[in-house]
Design a protein around this ligand. Sequence first.
Ligand SMILES: Nc1ncnc2c1ncn2[C@@H]1O[C@H](COP(=O)(O)OP(=O)(O)O)[C@@H](O)[C@H]1O
Ligand SMILES: [Mg+2]
Length: 264
Amino acid sequence: MVEQAFLRIQNLSLASQEGQSLVKDLSLEVSAGQAVGILGESGSGKTLTALAAMRLLPPSVIQTQGEIYLEGLALGPLSEVEMCKIRGAKLGFVFQEPAAAFNPVLPVGVQVAEAMELHLPLGKVERKNACLELMEECGLQSPADIARAYPHQLSGGMLQRAMIAAALAGSPQLLIADEPTTALDVTIQAEILQLVNRLRSKRGLALLWISHDLGVLASVCEELVVMKSGQVLEQGSVHRVLGAPNDPYTKELVAAAPRLEVGP
Ligand SMILES: Nc1ncnc2c1ncn2[C@@H]1O[C@H](COP(=O)(O)OP(=O)(O)O)[C@@H](O)[C@H]1O
Ligand SMILES: [Mg+2]
């Protein structure tokens, strides 16, 4: 049997309602446990690609071509109820702005526990304990205090850790992270990268990590997809893309990047 990718995006094209092409014929695969990075400048179509993979595209964006497969199952024909069973349980999503992704009027712990409640067969006490354990695993000390806090009471770094905990709460095999460290300062960013690498090796988690920062992607991913203006310019192993880029744009990015450290 041919080994199947966990997530396969095949020939995806997206357009605006006015007919403007936003993503053109994009294909990529993420195998179980693999970390794939999407690199591209602002407006290149990274977020829309991630949203399409979760089937969460804004109504103003139309999928004109392509299909997304999760463990070989096409997502297009699934009902919204079926998609809700997949989101959180098989795919976790970390957003760029945790402050905007959290509901401001609910305690953080309630929001972290949400996916657990939906997807894991746990009793109330078990769920609370599992939630606190997960928050601690994500580097939040005194998780009970943090669980009771409201989003605005936490720093950006703590909130992003809580967001990662929320994304992992349903035990997904793949985490899709859309510029999760862009809004954070450099030291906090390094801590989050460390955390994600630790979670990966502990849980065998696959990653689809989106960034405009080549250094960040090189430190986390094994595979890279380089996008510009909605198109894939090149894709391959991080070593190959950094060592011998084919596309002139990638060559420029690699040449402009400060000292790159490859690998977790
Ligand atoms: N809801 C939307 N409706 C129409 N066009 C959009 C919408 N969201 C994004 N776009 C356009 O799609 C392109 C890609 O956007 P996006 O995926 O957000 O890029 P990136 O994440 O790489 O910065 C941009 O030109 C953007 O203006
Ligand atoms: Mg984006």
